[in-house]
Structure formats: C-alpha cells, structure tokens
Design a protein around this ligand. Structure first.
Ligand code: ATP
Ligand code: MG
Length: 630
C-alpha cells in the first residue's frame, strides 16, 4: 500500500532572517557577481536616504577592496555625511530583518527594512565576516562603533564588539563595511553603470568610488540645490485594507469614529465623515473600540472608494452571475436603485457615444466576466456620483527631482547637445500618490545606438536589471513596424512608442530617462529592479514621454532646416567667384572698365543674402570654405 511508504509531513517555522538566507535570490543575491553589485546598491541607497531625504548635500564615498587573503572576498565600505543612526537602534537596524525607520508614508529609496541585512546575511554565509558600523548623529558628542553578526534563527543581532569615543571634529554620518564573496571582473560594468546613473539623479552630490584595482571615479557636485525633502503624511483612505484598518483601530480604540477618521486619514474632513457614516449607517459618536466586525468591514469597504481596481478584483473572482450582484457586493453601501441607475446611465452614454459596435449593451443581468475596460471606467465615473469627495493623496510625501536637476544630471553624465525634461503633476493609484518625470538627451557626446537606451529610476534608485519587464520599457520601447493585414490593426493595442513620428530613426544618439516617485512603488520584487504596469503610471509615462519627444522633434526639425540652409549657401557660394570673374571679363571687354571683380563679388553676396536671409559674413565664410580659387 502506498500509504505505508509515506513518511509523515514535518512542520517547522522559519524566521525572516532564515527565510532570506535560504531564498536570497529574491533580494537580488543570486550569485557572487550580482551580490557584489547588490551590496554596493543597498549601502549607497541607505547613504543617500540619510542625506538628501533630509536636505543634506551628500558626500558619498564607496570603496571596494579585495581581501589580501582571499581574492574572491571583497569588503565594501560606504561612508556618508548623513543624519547618522542613534546608537540604541544600530543593532536592530543592521541585525534584524524587517526593522526600519522607513515604514512611514514618505518617499524614500528604502521601503522594506531588509536591504542592508540581506547583504550582511550573504556576507556572513559566504565569508563568515561580521558587519562594521561607525556612526554619529547630528548634534551628538560621540561617535559609536559596532561590529555585529545576525543570529539567523532568532532574527537578532549578536554584538561582537562595541565602543564609542568623543568627537573632536563636527562629523556626522555613517560608515558601514560588509565583506562578501564577489566577482569584481564580472560585476564591474554594472557597478560602474549603477554609480553613473546615481550621479545622473544626484547632481547635488559628491560621489567618489574607489575600485579594487585602485581606479578612482569622481562625480563632483555641479549644483547645490537638493530636492525639497519629502514629508511624512497620513494614509489615504483609498489605500486602506481590512487588516490595516483593524491595526489602526487597535491604537485608537478610545476615539469616536468621527474623530478617528478625521485624525488618522488624509483627505477626510467633517463633511465627508458625515456623508460616509450616513452611507454605512454608523453613529458618528460611536467609539471605534466598540465597532462590530461587520461594521469594520463596511468601513474598510467604503474607505477604499470606487475605482477600477476594486471592480477588477471582484470581476476576476468570477463568482458573480450578474453585474448587479457583483456591484452590490463590491459596494454594499450603495442601494440597489442607485446601482441600477448607474448601469443604465453607462449603457446610455457608451452606446450613444463610443464604439457602438465593440461594446455590448450593459444591463443589470450582464455577465460581469465580459466587462471591458471601457465599461469599467464608465461605471466608476457613474458610481462616483454617489461617493463623497475625498481629497487626492498628498503629494507632499513625494520628492520629485524637478526639471532643473534632471537636466543638470543628464548634462553632467552624457554631455548631449539637446536635453528636455518634464515633471508631471501628482496623481494617485490605489490611494498612493505618485509623480512621473521623463527626460530626453540627444546628440553631443552620446554615441548612436541601435537599441534605445533607457535609464530608469524609481524613488531615485537606478534600476539596471530586468528592463524588459518594466512598465517604463513597455512605454518607451520603439514600436514595431506594422505590416499586418487590415482589420487586425485596430484590435491589438499598440505597445511602445512611435519614435519615427518624432523624427527619430535608430541607430540614434538618444537617451531616455524615466523616474517614478511614490510612497509605494509597485516593484515586482524585493530586489527592486522592475516596476509593475499599473495603468495610471503607464498613462502618465506616455504623456510625459510625448511631451519631451515633441520638444526633441522641434529641435531636430530646426537643426535639419539649418543644415539645409548651410547646404544651400555652399551650393550658391561655389558660383560666386566664378560668376564674378566672368562678369568682370565681360564688362572689361565691353566697357573697358578694370578691377570690377571685387565689387561684383560683393554685389552677388548681397543678392544671395537678400534672397536667402543668410548673414553676409556666413556666405563669405562659405566661399572660403569651398576653397574656390579666385
Ligand atoms: N547610512 C545610513 N544612515 C542612516 N541610517 C541608516 C543607514 N543605513 C541604514 N540605516 C537605518 O537602518 C535601517 C535599515 O536599513 P535597511 O537597508 O535594512 O532597510 P531600509 O533601507 O529601511 O529598507 P530597504 O529594505 O528597502 O532597503 C534604515 O531604515 C535606516 O533607518
Ligand atoms: Mg535600505
């Protein structure tokens, strides 16, 4: 019997540290090459978060040293002049997975409370070496030193050495050193590229890099303007889920629901609270600690608001037979009559206005699995009529670079002849504010490339790996030539960007820069290498790209016109000396007048100048350049 040969299942638990030790690929530590790169990245990100996010002009020094004992071991040391770490937090910040000062709503590079620990764990597993930290906060009189390792099983720091000494000069910041197994020769290219791209978004930073071969790369600060630091904001109701709401309720159980909503969320005022509570029929003076499970559910539901994602989520569950049933479940605080009204309204506007053929008629019996995106968007618009106005998520939590910094950064690294940059207005997806920035650099010292060069950033982190799965690539990649048969064209939504329409044909000396900032970047993994395609983000990227590409097209057209003009002068100039000479011969023969050639030449140049609008000096220069003997 099969059952006899079966061994019983063994159960156990893993600590977060053990989990990331076992599955370190998830955090980007898949092999020595990638690990060396990732370690540099984690340390640099933390160093920059400690400086520019607090309005400090960063001085960052990155040193990679090859171990004299073992050539595949490397010590990475990153020093910053940031805010430093209070000594009581150092052990956990570096020794406990999922410990962070960045679990607040504010744009920072760090998000997970994992990065530096993943590097330390990898180092510990491959070289056995502990991490060393030297740090001092602003205003502190002492500098602290720690040497520690991580107890994987307990997910706790084990302090091996610690000490402190008095400051003799006014230094603040952090120096962290981690030793890992690495492969410099293979990682070199990506590490140097990573630092270069970091330099693009931080023209206000001094960055020094010393490689294991002693090579030094120095990016000197070119401007002294740091982007305005992001502020910590309250959560937006649309970004809330049941678990989070319960957690917040636990900490505010003494408050009335009215005060709780006004104080704990962004964008909810007195009027909105009254309307929301009326819809879910909860007394506004009820203490949140006394809310029933059912009331909490209703509250969580109504706070999420009405958006595409909510409908998609219900639609994808596939368990609803009719549209009416589905919407009733998705928005239980809306009466049946209102939902039916909204459906009828949508049917009317869609069938009247857009794409009559493609859209099926909606009614309350409609099969929800057949909903198209146009249906959903129109339903959202119709249903929103019954939802109180809530202010959009606050952009003060964000810190975009701004056009000036993007232009300066691209200039410092690429030295192009043309640059344009756009910072779009803040918008939100699922309750998270975001801003899209796009830049374009063209010509100058950029060499022409067959493949479009995209430099991607998210919360000022350069993203180097997994380009093809990133939403930015989906938007900027050159659109394939469509040689397809008629009819099919309309059906397939076109991906990519029509560069030809903007005067660009590859190979082209072109760099496209994209930056997404948000309090929550929808990364596809904890290694933070690619961003998921959220429709709102994708759309903003498209709009921003079109705007900079339009400016580039104008520049290219102008340049072409000037080239054409120059070509024409050259053609005309070629004839001036010859015509002048021949005419002077004729005149001398007929009229006996000598020495008239220079005068004729002058007259001809004048005539060309009048005709073409080109400066006389330029024409004379062109005559010299074509080198026609006179
Ligand atoms: N150079 C530094 N200066 C100041 N604080 C630092 C520095 N390095 C680390 N920290 C502190 O240690 C914490 C943990 O860092 P870690 O890289 O593990 O996580 P994180 O940066 O918060 O998130 P992520 O996992 O996304 O990197 C940070 O939140 C920060 O408070
Ligand atoms: Mg970090």
């Amino acid at each position: 019997m099969a059952a006899e040969t079966l061994t019983p299942e063994k159960f156990g638990a893993l600590s977060p540290a053990q989990f990331f030790a076992r599955y370190r690929e998830i955090a980007g530590f898949s092999n020595p090459t990638r690990a060396l790169y990732q370690t540099v990245r984690e340390l640099v990100e933390n160093a920059l978060d400690a400086t520019d996010s607090h309005g400090i002009l960063p001085n960052i020094k990155i040193v990679i040293r090859r171990s004299p004992e073992n050539p595949s071991h490397y010590t990475i040391t990153v020093e910053d002049n940031g805010i430093g770490i209070p000594p009581q937090h150092v052990p956990n910040a570096f020794g406990r997975v999922l410990y962070s000062s960045k679990y607040v709503l504010r744009q920072t590079r760090g998000m997970f409370g994992l990065g530096v620990k993943a590097a330390i764990i990898y180092g510990q597993m491959t070289t056995g070496n502990p991490v060393e930290i030297i740090t001092s906060t602003i205003g502190s009189k002492r500098i602290y030193y720690f040497k520690l390792r991580i107890d994987l099983k307990k997910n706790q720091p084990v302090i091996l050495e610690r000490g402190s000494w008095r400051k003799i000069r006014d230094w603040h910041g952090t120096i962290a050193s981690i030793t890992v197994e690495g492969d410099w020769s293979r990682a070199k290219r990506n590490i140097i590229e990573y630092i270069r791209r970091t330099a693009i978004v931080t023209p206000y930073a001094n960055i020094v890099f010393v490689s294991p071969d002693g090579e030094i790369i120095y990016y000197k600060r070119t401007i002294t303007k740091v982007p305005i630091p992001p502020k910590i904001v309250k959560p937006h109701p649309h970004g809330i889920d049941l678990e989070l709401l319960k957690e917040m309720i636990k900490h505010n159980s003494e408050k009335t629901i009215k005060d709780f909503l006004i104080n704990s969320f962004h964008g909810i005022g007195y009027k909105t609270v009254d309307e929301l509570l009326r819809l879910i029929k909860i007394n506004k003076d009820k203490k949140v600690g006394f809310l029933t499970e059912n009331e909490i559910r209703k509250l969580a539901n109504i706070l999420r608001g009405i958006d595409r994602e909510v409908i998609l989520q219900f639609k994808d569950s596939g368990k609803y037979k009719t549209l009416l049933k589905m919407l009733q479940e998705a928005f239980p605080w809306l009466s049946k009559e209102k939902i039916i009204q909204a459906i009828e309204y949508v049917n009317k506007i869609l069938v009247d206005k857009i794409n009559k053929k493609q859209l099926e008629r909606l009614n309350s019996k409609f099969d929800p699995t057949k909903l198209k995106i146009e249906h959903i968007d129109a339903l959202v618009r119709a249903l929103k009529k019954y939802y109180p106005r809530i202010r959009p998520p606050s952009p003060s939590a964000l810190s975009p670079l701004g056009e000036e910094i993007i232009i300066e950064g691209l200039k410092r690294v690429y030295e192009p002849e043309f640059i344009a940059a756009v910072t779009r207005k803040p918008l939100s997806y699922q309750g998270h504010p975001f801003i899209i920035e796009v830049g374009i650099a063209y010509g100058g010292k950029i060499s022409a490339s067959d493949k479009l060069v995209l430099v991607r950033f998210a919360n000022r982190i350069p993203l180097i790996y997994d380009e093809s799965s990133d939403v930015a690539w989906k938007v900027v990649k050159p659109r394939k030539d469509e040689k397809d048969k008629k009819g099919k064209k309309e059906k397939k939504e076109k991906e990519g960007f029509d560069w030809k329409a903007y005067g660009i044909e590859f190979p082209a000396p072109l760099i496209v820069f994209t930056h997404i900032c948000s309090t929550k970047i929808p990364f596809k993994g904890v290694g933070k290498e690619s961003v998921a395609d959220v429709p709102e983000i994708e759309n903003e990227l498209k709009l921003a790209l079109r705007e900079v590409a339009r400016r580039l097209r104008i520049y290219i057209l102008k340049k072409k016109r000037e080239e054409e003009k120059r070509r024409r002068i050259t053609v005309l100039a070629r004839y001036v000396p010859e015509i002048a000479r021949n005419l002077s011969i004729i005149i001398r023969d007929i009229m006996g007048t000598n020495g008239i050639e220079p005068l004729l030449r002058e007259k001809l140049i004048e005539a060309i100048a009048v005709r073409t609008g080109i400066d006389k000096m330029k024409i004379m220069k062109a005559i010299e350049d074509v080198g026609i003997e006179t």
